[in-house]
Design a binder for this molecule. Sequence first.
Ligand SMILES: Cc1cc2nc3c(=O)[nH]c(=O)nc-3n(C[C@H](O)[C@H](O)[C@H](O)COP(=O)(O)OP(=O)(O)OC[C@H]3O[C@@H](n4cnc5c(N)ncnc54)[C@H](O)[C@@H]3O)c2cc1C
Length: 371
Amino acid sequence: MLVAVVGAGIMGASLALHFAGNEMTVLLFDGAAAGSGATGSSFACLNFFAGATSGYMQFSSEALDYHVELARQIGLVDTIRATGTLRWSTDSIQNKKLLQAGSMAEGLGRTVEYLSRNDALNLEPNLSIVGCPEVILRAPQEGWLDSVHFTKRTIDAAVATGLAHRVREKCTRIEPLKQGVVVWTNRTCYLVDAVVLASGVGINSLLDDLACEPLVDELRDVLTLIQYFGPPIEHVVFANHIHFRANGPSSLIVGNAYDPVGLRDSDVAVKAVRENVSLVRGELKDPSVGESITAQKGTRPVPKDGYPIVGRLPGQERIFIAVTPSGVTLAPYIPLLLTTEIANETSCEALGAFRPERFNPPIGNSPPRLQ
Ligand SMILES: Cc1cc2nc3c(=O)[nH]c(=O)nc-3n(C[C@H](O)[C@H](O)[C@H](O)COP(=O)(O)OP(=O)(O)OC[C@H]3O[C@@H](n4cnc5c(N)ncnc54)[C@H](O)[C@@H]3O)c2cc1C
């Protein structure tokens, strides 16, 4: 079976590796550099705390375990920084939500430590932890990923099997036939048995030609990169509205404290960067921050309900979708499950909540467009 994967971000790279692991030949298309989409502009926290429901937290938790297992199998352990996370909020409602999430995580068998401010300061002496939060949650199994490195080396591992091939072409159209699918690119076309669209925010334009409504919203966000010369920060820190972590030996990467939707406006983005720097300085005892500040803009694909979309495109026998807003954490696990489904023609229960059919009106059912 010959499969095309469109998009060489972390999702497409992981799909290529897992198709090859199922003895299937795979063409991995991307006209841009591997990992240059959302994967390259991500905060890249590996976490299971993000989910609002127990089911989603469980899925994320399984995904995190699989990440570690896969990294061991293919020699990428150095890309996973299992530093742990620290979270707190001085807002009573947010604090309550955090504690609920903590007990949900414990119910799923994860380790959650409840620290006093002093305990946390012993672990991270250069934090100041302003506002005396009631409790600080530490999740030692969470951390962050060197996502671009992981993506590139996953592609190398896939190509090394001899079954995966990188095609440096942009896919312009997907044409379903009775016996296969034609992948049109900016150079030529390829007849394959099946296609998986892992093109992040680029998925909408490919679906448009298949007469599908847009599947994902493009959520713009900005990260701030700051030169930092103070004592090392080991954990990924979620302090009230700001989150930050080390990004190499002499820089910090800071997640936006603003509502990302407002960032379409460049004045708001500049203000957000300034605010981020000031908030992080406030959270550090020794705020030895350099002059160089860089805003790194990124766009992540967010399905209408905020959850991943994985599986066969309704009405299309041979076209599949794999798109998620938290792909750094979930990407390797989703491809493990999806490629197993496609290779064995089975249905995986763990993906049940993420099927494209859950939308109303269902996607893939818009009236055919006149050519
Ligand atoms: C600011 C920010 C912070 C984030 N923080 C986190 C976090 O802390 N934790 C977490 O888990 N996730 C986080 N995410 C989300 C995560 O980064 C993304 O979900 C993930 O990287 C998506 O990977 P992907 O491979 O699906 O998409 P992408 O990395 O966007 O890759 C898609 C690829 O498809 C290619 N492509 C598009 N159209 C075509 C076409 N027509 N033909 C060929 N190729 C095409 C693109 O060139 C691109 O390389 C964050 C994202 C952002 C932007």
